[in-house]
Design a binder for this molecule. Structure first.
Ligand code: AGP
Length: 604
């Protein structure tokens, strides 16, 4: 939900701001803008509706004056995606960019109007610019005016702020949404996510909620928004191991395509050093005893689907577990006994509902465990223990490699929590999964999918159905499909079809059936026969699907290699991701930045 970038240092800021915004564009793409100092020492603002490419054209060969500068990409909440509503917003000597929502905006707006302030936009952000400007006119002190103004504000915000009278200074504030500081030699960056500045520095400090940073080139001090200035301290950076290559498309057309094919590497990096003789996940040891008295997963979207798979893994190891959609869980009475484990799964580690659900659990005396892909994320900081998936930065809005790494970590977690010696078969299957997936991805050529892609392109409805492990895979397949093709798609447990959804089946409807869970294959086949009997077209995805059954219970198939189920899950997921990708490309959609979506949902 919106992306912020700021810079203070000796380089001309505009080229690096624009390229940083391009890397943050997955967070929103309704409009964008930059504020920078010109040669006369005044702040100029350039804004554009639409994607960063439009802003880039407006910026042209302008470089901006070295010093401080800020930029923004917007996912509209208050006000349409117009130039007027684009950030930065400026009031007198103050210019700022904002990610978040100001909850008491209406009250503040009315108060400011009564003081004679004229508003230029419909955004809640503009209120902040005027408030800070008024405080600055009273105190003449930049940081103090920010603090005083924010004392009047309710809501969530990450901010980067400039002041015309302090051309080298950048103020960064975090109250809720993520904000990272990149610490270079004699220069500093702030951004909503690490890839924005990964090409310049890997030294990263994640602002805590409630912190304010005063940044002048390489000199950074951090304090509490609500405390007096005596509490300033120097931030301690952590080194991020991510390779800047991750943030580049390379030879691929889209980040999503690249990230699907990075699935095997994501698995390898996630599992590395976490399987030692007779033990899995050694970092979990201090969190014992195992198994926990009760275990509930909370997550949203794709991460919720990973959690649903996680429940099957846990149950196969004899560990009872529950799965909850975070946005529902957090507003229901919490009836878990103290000491229960609540496990939050989030690629970004910043999803507001998942963090809210964990906060509720913590307050109720539960132990909280996080599974996140982003080092330094809120999830990492706010849970008792956080396990990192090491998928590397995921730029495509549709989650792919992060899902694969979450699933691998959940397999590992189920083995670790059982407290027993890991079952050799499952452990071996997991150890071999990255290589097996790598081999499989090499066979996933585009021609192999042409027929299926054409069929799906022509289908007016696509349903995904599976049983056992194939049910969460079906949900995930359907989510991937609808978010980037914009075509109606839904996932169902195979056994549920005849309780209602089968009414949708007619010629022109395709049912995609992942079939890696061999235990339930015969039952799934019966469900698929019922689809075909009603004119539906069945595309089966699995190992050992006999050719002589074509026309009996399936119409077309995508073969998976004969591998143990735990390895098959990754291969089926890759096929579902790639099918959605190929259909979206065939439809001419913007797969990396699908309409209406943003990668990190940092507001409720
Ligand atoms: C995935 O393709 C989606 N874009 C979305 O459902 C995502 O998984 C969800 O918003 C949760 O994000 P998180 O994993 O960062 O918490």
């Amino acid at each position: 939900m919106c992306g912020i970038m700021g810079y203070s240092g000796p380089r001309p800021p505009l080229p690096l701001l624009v390229s940083g915004l391009e890397r943050l564009e997955y967070r929103g793409y309704d409009s964008s803008g930059v504020a920078f100092f010109n040669a006369t020492g005044a702040i100029d603002v350039l804004r554009a509706a639409g994607k960063v490419s439009v802003l880039k054209e407006r910026v042209g060969s302008l470089e901006g004056h070295p010093g401080a500068a800020i930029g923004h990409i917007r996912w509209a909440t208050h006000g349409a995606a117009t130039v007027e509503n684009a950030h930065p917003h400026k009031s007198g000597p103050i210019a700022l960019v904002h990610n978040g929502i100001i909850e008491n905006e209406q009250i503040l707006r009315e108060r400011l109007k009564a003081e004679g302030v004229l508003f230029q936009s419909e955004t809640d952000t503009e209120v902040l610019a005027h408030l800070i400007r008024l405080e600055y006119e009273r105190s003449g002190e930049f940081a103090e005016s920010v603090r005083r103004a924010l004392a009047l504000v309710e809501g969530s915000y990450a901010l980067a702020i400039l002041c015309q009278d302090e051309p080298a200074d950048l103020i960064a504030v975090r109250q809720g949404p993520p904000l990272l500081l990149g610490m270079g030699e004699g220069e500093s960056f702030v951004a909503s996510d690490i890839p924005a500045f990964l090409h310049f520095t890997r030294q990263v400090y994640a602002f805590r909620s409630g912190e304010i940073g005063l940044i002048r080139h390489g000199d950074v001090r951090v304090g509490e928004i609500s405390s007096p200035s005596s509490s300033w301290k120097s931030p301690v950076a952590q080194t991020i191991s991510w390779d800047p290559f991750f943030a580049e498309k390379g030879t691929y057309r889209h980040f999503m395509e690249k990230e699907i094919f990075e699935g095997s590497r994501a698995l390898m990096d996630t599992l590395a050093d976490r399987i030692v003789p007779w033990k899995t996940l050694p970092e979990l040891a201090p969190f014992g005893p195992f198994p926990p008295p009760s275990l509930t997963f909370v997550a949203c979207g794709t991460s919720w689907h990973a959690a649903l798979l996680g429940r099957y893994f846990m149950e196969s190891m004899g560990i009872p577990s529950a799965v909850e959609i975070a946005s529902e869980f957090r507003y229901r009475p919490l009836l878990l006994p103290g000491g229960s484990w609540v496990v939050g799964i989030s690629q970004s580690g910043e999803t507001a509902d998942t963090l809210g659900a964990l906060e509720l659990a913590r307050k109720a005396g539960c132990r909280t465990l996080g599974i996140s892909n982003v080092p330094g994320s809120s999830l990492e900081r706010e849970t008792d223990l956080c396990l990192l998936t090491h998928a590397g930065p995921e730029i495509g809005v549709a989650s792919t490699k992060a899902f694969q790494s979450q699933v691998a970590l959940l397999m590992l977690l189920s083995l670790a929590l059982s407290g027993a010696e890991p079952e050799t078969e499952k452990l071996e299957s997991l150890i071999r999964s990255p290589h097996r997936l790598e081999m499989f991805l090499e066979t996933m050529s585009s021609e192999r999918f042409d027929q299926a892609v054409e069929r799906l392109r022509q289908s007016h409805l696509v349903m995904f159905a599976g049983r056992g492990l194939d049910y969460p895979l079906s949900l995930e397949g359907a989510l991937k499909f609808k978010e980037i093709t914009y075509r109606p798609a839904d996932g169902y447990p195979g056994g549920e079809l005849k309780h209602g959804p089968i009414a949708l089946v007619e010629p022109g409807v395709t049912v995609i059936a992942p079939m890696v869970d061999s235990n339930l294959r015969q039952k799934e086949i019966s469900n698929l026969r019922e689809i075909r009997a009603r004119g539906g077209y069945v595309l089966a995805i699995g190992p050992s699907i006999p050719e002589n059954q074509r026309g009996i219970w399936y119409d077309d198939r995508i073969d998976l290699p004969e591998v143990p189920v735990w390895s098959g899950v990754f291969q089926a997921a890759a096929v579902l991701q790639y099918l959605a990708y190929r259909v979206a490309v065939a439809l001419g959609n913007d797969v990396d930045q699908p309409r209406n979506l943003a990668k990190s949902v940092t507001v409720e």
